[in-house]
Write a protein that binds this ligand. Sequence first.
Ligand code: ZN
Length: 134
Amino acid sequence: MRNFFSRLMYGRYGSDALNLFLLVVGLVLYLLGVFIPLKVLSLLFRLVGYAAILFTIYRMWSRNYTRRREENDQFIRLITPAVQGLQRKRAQMRDKDHVYFHCPSCGQILRVPKGKNRISITCRNCGTVFQKKT
Ligand SMILES: [Zn+2]
């Protein structure tokens, strides 16, 4: 059986981050479509869900490695800023010893110790001084 699948997928592109994303989006849209009471909206969600799942299967079975890899690279470039932003937010929320502020002048993120009451912060990037309560 394992040998059968190995032969079946030989020379095929397989899976990547974009495929996983498309599969999850497709399944979520399809399930939403199943539970939405509005007939037109339900049909639309299920059709778009089907399309995403079919595109995932098409990409997995594709032999055009170059094109599929380009698509995946574009997808990674597109989502990287959002993923990094979420990771930074998560790290800031976990940090119990510091408070984070944006510089009002340049937008630089500044980290200051927590529990110092009212302090004056100097931006390392542009030198702007502002007061904040920590
Ligand atoms: Zn600044």
